[in-house]
Write a protein that binds this ligand. Structure first.
Ligand SMILES: [Zn+2]
Ligand SMILES: [Zn+2]
Length: 360
């Protein structure tokens, strides 16, 4: 984290905390244009987003020299708007990443920055604000701040209602969040209604077998699970696993077909087929939760265990986590040959020792 300078402000200058707008007493030494009321707020902002945007804020916050011609002034305004749009992208991506990782408190500063840059560029009450409202709502649901979440969701709801050109994928995400809110309040009926709207709008964009429908199905399954309606929950979890498995396997094909290439060549940064970062986080969240549910079931179904283990194996392979691939592969083999458990785990420990030696 960048160090902080205690402030001695000239008379009449009132600097505000980046996070809470209270009077500020500390300054970030990295950019010297960001201020905080205390070290806790500086730390929270740093972890959430400031580390990524510290230097990018400098040109936005340093007063521009006086421009004489109208052309120069216009150019300056355009440059500023471009910088703000770049910051909207970075802050939104970071907020989303924290959200998928379940780090709800870290979502808030990044999403608030994203919201304020978007208001700056597009104005209030525009559809561009909806993704930020939804992320803020979901983080607040995760933190148990339901009133705050409800406020963001009603902002999102009214904005969508007033916009004729709002995309169905935004509508799908709005209903998913409304579903999560009602689920947190214990109103399962209303929650299921929103999740089925979520699935409806998501499938109207990319079809019924696309990964975008899995979020809605997964949350519906969780409701049925909580209501102890195991048959329907089970079949929805299977559906979700199948869709992810098919999607991940499709991404795997080019790697399998070109086994002569080296790993680095296959998973290079320019590789179009590699797994998108947000999808990877979403898949990990959903598939791990289903695995835990399958694993904790009183009576484990071997077919369903194999199905979820295989989907997770492909996911970890695509994320280059080969230790987990081997471990999951052993677990699958054990489900097929339960009497070989000891033998398979001894292979795994030999493999682990080998790779550890190899990295020294
Ligand atoms: Zn503060
Ligand atoms: Zn800074």
């Amino acid at each position: 984290m960048a160090a902080v300078n205690p402030l001695s402000n000239p008379k009449g200058v009132r600097l505000q905390c980046e996070l809470c707008n209270s009077p500020a007493y500390l300054q970030c030494t990295g950019c010297k244009v960001t201020y905080y009321c205390n070290a806790n707020h500086q730390q929270a902002d740093w972890v959430s987003i400031h580390e990524k945007i510290c230097q990018l804020l400098i040109p936005l916050r340093i007063a521009e020299p006086f421009r004489s011609s109208a052309k120069e002034r216009l150019h300056c305004i355009e440059q500023l708007s471009l910088r703000k749009k770049q910051l909207i992208g970075i802050t939104l991506k970071e907020a989303q990443k924290h959200l998928y990782g379940g780090r709800h408190a870290d979502v808030i500063p990044a999403a608030m920055h994203s919201l304020s840059f978007t208001i700056d560029v597009y104005g209030l009450a525009t559809v561009e604000l909806v993704p930020m409202y939804l992320i803020l709502a979901e983080a607040n649901i995760g933190l148990g701040h339901l009133l705050q979440a409800e406020e963001y969701l009603s902002q999102a709801y009214w904005t969508v209602l007033k916009t004729t050109d709002c995309s169905n994928s935004i509508r799908s995400k709005l209903h998913r969040n409304l579903g999560l809110l009602y689920s947190a309040k214990g109103d399962f009926e209303e929650s299921l209604r929103h999740f089925s709207n979520d699935v409806y709008f998501a499938s109207s964009v990319s079809g019924t077998n696309d990964i975008s429908v899995t979020g809605g199905y997964f949350h519906m399954a969780n409701i049925f699970f909580r209501q102890n309606k195991m048959d329907i929950a089970d079949s929805l979890y299977s559906e979700v696993t199948d869709i992810w498995h098919a999607h991940l396997s499709k991404l795997l094909i080019p790697h399998v077909n070109s086994s002569s290439k080296g790993i680095s060549e296959l998973f290079g940064e320019n590789n179009q087929e590699s797994l998108d970062e947000n999808h990877e986080a979403e898949a990990l969240q959903i598939l791990s939760a289903i695995y835990d549910i399958r694993e904790q079931a009183a009576k484990k179904d071997p077919t369903k265990m194999m199905q979820i283990l295989h989907a997770l194996t492909v996911l970890h392979f695509l994320s280059l986590d080969f230790q987990k691939v081997i471990k999951l592969y052993c677990s699958q083999a054990i489900w097929q040959n339960p009497d070989k458990e000891q033998e398979l785990f001894s292979y795994f420990s030999v493999y682990k020792t080998g790779t550890q030696k190899g990295t020294k």
